[in-house]
Design a protein around this ligand. Sequence first.
Ligand SMILES: [Zn+2]
Length: 373
Amino acid sequence: MLTYPPEGHRTDSKRIFFIGSAQGSCNINGASVPLTETKNFAYMVDLKLGENLIKVDIDGETIERTIVGIKSEVEAPVAYAKYYDSFPASQTIKENILKGITVYKDKIEIPLSLAPIYNLEKRNAFHFSLDLSEIKSDLDWIHYVDKKPCIKVYETSTSKLDIHLNKAVKCCEEKWENNNLAIMFRYQKTEPVVCIDPGHGGSHTGSISPKGIFEKDLNLSFVLKLAEELNDLGIENYITRKEDYDISLSQRVNFAKDNNSTFFISLHHNALPDARDPILERGFSCHYFYEHSFDFAEYLAFKLDEFSGIPFSGIYRQNLHVLRENPGMIALLLEMGFLIHPEESDLITSTEFQDKNSKVIAKAIYNFSKELS
Ligand SMILES: [Zn+2]
C-alpha cells in the first residue's frame, strides 16, 4: 500500500518521500526499498522541475505517481530552522520575517532571509534582551531542544525578545551564518560560591522574641551554622559579618560581589508592623527580586516545607536593596519564621531548629548547583 504522496502532488521541494507498506518487497524506480520489521517503508526520491513519473512496485503490483516539481512564486522567507531544499523561485522578493526560534543548551538560533540589524543588550548575567524591530514578526514557534532548557525566550513586544538564563553568563558571541542568527552563551563556572549575610547587627537589632532574643543574634548564630554545613559539603562561602556590628546594605552587596559569589543568602527572622495580628501570621518565606532567582526560591521553599517543621508562608518577589543590587548572582532573603510569634519563636530560637535547617539550606544549595551544572 502506498499512502503518500497522492497522484498529481505539486511541490517546490527538490525531493519527496514515499510512505507505505508491503508484504514482501518494494521497488521505487527500479531501486529496492528497505522494509522495517513491521513491513513499512519511507523512501526519498529526487525530483526535477515539471512532471516526474515515479513507478512504485509493491509485491509485484505497479503503481504510478506523477509528481510535479514547481518553482515557488516568490522566494519564501526562511521559515524553517532546518534546511529546506527547494527549486529556485521565479521572483526574488526577500523579506525578513521572524517565524521561529530554536533554543539549545547554550545558544539560540533565529532563521532569517537576510542578515538582520539588531541590538542585543545584556541586562545582567542572567538576562539579555534582543531587539529585532527592523524585522517583521510572525513568530510561530520557539523550539526548545533540551528537556530542561537553561535558556528561556519570551516575545515581550513585536520583534523584541527577552532571553532568560538560569546560569550566569560570562560572555556571549553572535554569528550570522547559513541564514541563521546564532547567539552563543558561555557560562560562568558552576561550582557555587555562597555569600551568607546575617541580617541587621550592631545598633540594628531587628525583631525581638517574647523572651528578649534579638533577631541580629539569632541571624548570626544561624549563619555560622550554615557556614559549617557548607564547609562540610566543600562549598566555598563567605560571611558578611561574623560578629555583632553595624554593616550597611551596600557593604553587604559589595562584599558578595568582591568574593565573586554565585549565591547570596540574607538570613532573617520575621516580625510584623503594629496593626497586624501576631498570632495569625507565621511561617518561613523566601524573597527574591530577579527572575533568575525564582527557581532556587521555589526549590528551597519545597525543601524547607518538607523538613523545617514550620509552615510555608510564601515566596515573595520583593524590591529589597540586597536583592536588587545583586543582579549577577542567585540572591534570596530568607525569613526563617516569625520571631514575635508566641509559639513559633520558641521553635525557631532552638538549637535543634538551627541545626536541622542550616543542613536543609546547605544541601539545597549543593543539590541545586549540581542540577545546574
Ligand atoms: Zn530582619
